[in-house]
Design a protein around this ligand. Structure first.
Ligand SMILES: C[S@@+](CC[C@H](N)C(=O)[O-])C[C@H]1O[C@@H](n2cnc3c(N)ncnc32)[C@H](O)[C@@H]1O
Length: 219
């Protein structure tokens, strides 16, 4: 008799992301998919403090993944005192410092193209970085996702964007485990599980961790 298919695992840790990463070296087959906290989520830091923290944290993630892994950032630009903060630029600064290359850059629409934004970006950046050279994509896909998809809460990564990323990980990388060290409600972890990948999430918020343990996505 065939053994029943293995159910992918999900571990959600209530804790601080950087401490967890330092204590848990990544195993081969691990990739990170995450959305780094916005300045509005880190009231203890002033703007310059948040900016430095963001670049340092992106560097930590890029150096933490194993050689066969990638780091995907899902980041939305914000308008602050009349000036746009380009989060793709911050991720790019970190990647350059770590010698990581941009494997692909996709834009995910948060609002239909042409919708007036009134200071809220109508798009998010999806940025995939690797420290090791990668062969050109076997399955080239559109670099504009027409919608991010359902968001379980206001700062969540949309489920359609998560699906596009996880499908890429399954098809074109050796990824078996997806880690989101700032997992919120665990959108990408639930999608990873739905595609058969194991998932690990970390978040400072106890309620968010509970939501991340519960979220189920059916494809
Ligand atoms: C942009 S949200 C992530 C949203 C998530 N990707 C989702 O789809 O729900 C950033 C998350 O980081 C968490 N956070 C902020 N600082 C943290 C830290 N130092 N360690 C772990 N989690 C942190 C916040 O509680 C928040 O849930």
């Amino acid at each position: 008799m065939d053994a029943p298919p293995r159910r992918p695992s999900r571990l959600i840790v209530h804790g601080e992301a950087l401490a967890w990463l330092a204590a848990h070296p990544a195993l081969p087959g691990t990739s990170v998919v995450t959305s780094l906290p916005d300045a509005s989520e880190m009231p203890a830091l002033d703007f310059e403090g948040w900016r430095s923290w963001t670049i340092d944290t992106a560097r930590r993630l890029l150096s933490w993944v194993p050689d066969d892994g990638v780091v995907v950032f899902f980041q939305s630009d914000v308008l602050r005192h009349g000036v746009w903060i380009d989060k793709a630029y911050l991720a790019g600064r970190a990647a350059e410092a770590e010698g990581a290359a941009l494997v692909w850059h996709r834009i995910a629409c948060r609002a239909p193209a042409g919708t007036p934004s009134y200071g809220r970006a109508g798009y998010s950046h999806l940025l995939c970085y690797s420290r090791t050279p990668r062969t050109p994509r076997v399955r080239p896909e559109g670099d504009v996702l027409t919608e991010v998809g359902h968001k379980p809460w206001s700062k969540a990564m949309g489920l359609s964007a998560c699906l596009a990323v996880c499908r890429y990980l399954c098809a074109e990388t050796a990824t078996r485990v997806v880690v989101d060290p700032f997992c919120g409600h665990g959108s990408v972890l639930a999608v990873a599980n739905a595609l058969g990948l194991d998932a690990v999430g970390v978040d400072l918020g106890a309620r968010k961790c509970r939501a991340a343990r519960r979220l189920v996505v059916e494809l």
